[in-house]
Ligand binder design. Structure first.
Ligand SMILES: *Cc1c(COP(=O)(O)O)cnc(C)c1O
Length: 383
């Protein structure tokens, strides 16, 4: 695929070609575990579907192209793709990670990988200079999530890439909240970009999947070995559904951003709303970095209520009718979440409050419905 092609064209065409046998425009769902070999060892590039499957392969090529990466690897979930990254490390080695992290990632690190001897430093990543003091000769990876979940902090990917290069450390960026349409970490110097495909890339709340994109050949070989050896791969049907979802990724994200901006500004002016978390506001602490590294500001918004009462937050999210109270984000439908009791329930209260996940914090994944209906719903829920 021509690297010069623009995003929308790549979304629709990269990695996919009309089926050689029939001319079918859509990539077939190769629902097969194995492949015929005319003589032992002779095959058409596919031997067994844990290792490789044509539908998954088309998706991996497509997603790699959207992240301007040379290689792509799909996994059974976002967490399976994060787990694969951690398996690059050895016991005794250290990871420096964003502190306001997706709750499931925090659980994977502290409840699973710490038991296997990895050590994590969870820190605020306002500046690379601040992070540098945590680097030791055992530090092998820096893990960044930006925008962060759920307080929408923005981390300077380029600055952290320079820091990581200087110390010969791998930089991995969880790009789930931005999507490849808004932000491309490999272009900014990251070694690996990770996605929970479950969210914006899939876009229709019907698939759980993860993805890694990267440029380095040796690293790709190690990760493909892990992918095949551990076996947390997505099936052909899910790969097909995601390929279909991606064809409108750019259109969906454009509308998520438009609606997100309207909702964020409306909430900011509301008398019951206390703090707002959305990188599009000029008073957001890293608004300038967001403008630099993102194409637009996205449809993820968090806000807290005046008085910070748990009951008030429960009442608001329960009254919503167009927004659905649910875990997850990034689908066409608008969702609301209460991080303290849902996505971040695994994080101790003192830890989560330090990062702004207070009792009344509400997180919105603004969908692509008519924005007038979204505003009307918020208005009645807050009244
Ligand atoms: C959902 C999510 C994950 C985990 O992905 P799954 O597909 O649920 O396993 C990781 N990081 C972020 C930012 C997420 O939102």
């Amino acid at each position: 695929m021509n690297k010069e092609m623009k995003f929308a064209t790549k979304a629709i065409h990269a990695g996919v070609e009309p089926d050689a046998a029939t001319g079918a425009i859509m990539t077939p769902i190769y629902q097969t575990s194995t492949y015929a070999q005319p003589t032992p060892g002779e095959h058409k590039g596919y031997e067994y579907s844990r290792t490789q499957n044509p539908t998954r392969h088309a998706l991996e090529k497509n997603l790699a192209a959207l992240e301007n990466g040379k290689h792509g690897l799909a996994f059974a979930s976002g967490l399976a793709s994060i787990d694969a990254c951690m398996r690059l490390l050895n016991p005794g080695e250290e990871v420096i990670s964003t502190n306001d992290l997706y709750g499931g990632t925090y659980r994977l690190y502290t409840k699973v990988h710490e038991n296997y001897g990895l050590n994590f430093h969870f820190i605020g990543m306002d500046t690379p200079q601040h992070a540098e003091q945590y680097i030791t000769e055992k530090t092998k990876m820096i893990w960044i999530e930006t925008p962060t979940n759920p307080t929408m902090n923005i981390i300077d990917i380029k600055g952290f890439a320079e820091l990581a290069k200087r110390h010969n450390i791998l930089l991995v960026v969880d790009n789930t909240f931005a999507s490849p349409y808004l932000q491309n970490p490999l272009d900014l110097g990251a070694d690996i970009v990770m996605h929970s495909v479950t969210k914006y890339i899939g876009g229709h709340s019907d698939v759980v999947m993860g993805f890694l994109a990267l440029n380095d050949d040796a690293l790709q070989e190690r990760l493909a070995f892990i992918q095949n050896s551990v076996g947390a791969v997505p099936g052909p049907m899910d790969s097909f559904l995601v390929l279909r979802g991606i064809k409108t990724l750019h259109l969906r994200i454009q509308r998520h951003c438009e609606n997100g901006a309207v909702v964020a500004k409306w909430l900011k002016a509301h008398p019951k709303v206390d703090r707002m978390y959305w990188p599009g506001f000029e008073d957001h602490p890293n608004h300038e970095v967001a403008k630099e590294q993102m194409r637009d500001f996205g449809g993820m918004i968090s806000f807290s209520l005046k008085g910070d009462k748990l009951e008030d937050a429960y009442r608001v999210v329960s009254k919503m009718e167009v927004f659905t109270l649910a875990e997850s984000l990034g689908g066409v439908e608008s969702l609301a979440g209460h991080p303290a009791s849902m996505t971040h329930a695994a994080i101790p209260k003192e830890e989560r409050e330090k990062t702004g996940v207070t009792d009344s914090l509400i997180r919105l994944s603004v969908g692509v419905e008519d924005v007038d209906d979204l505003i009307a719903d918020l208005e009645q829920a807050l009244s």
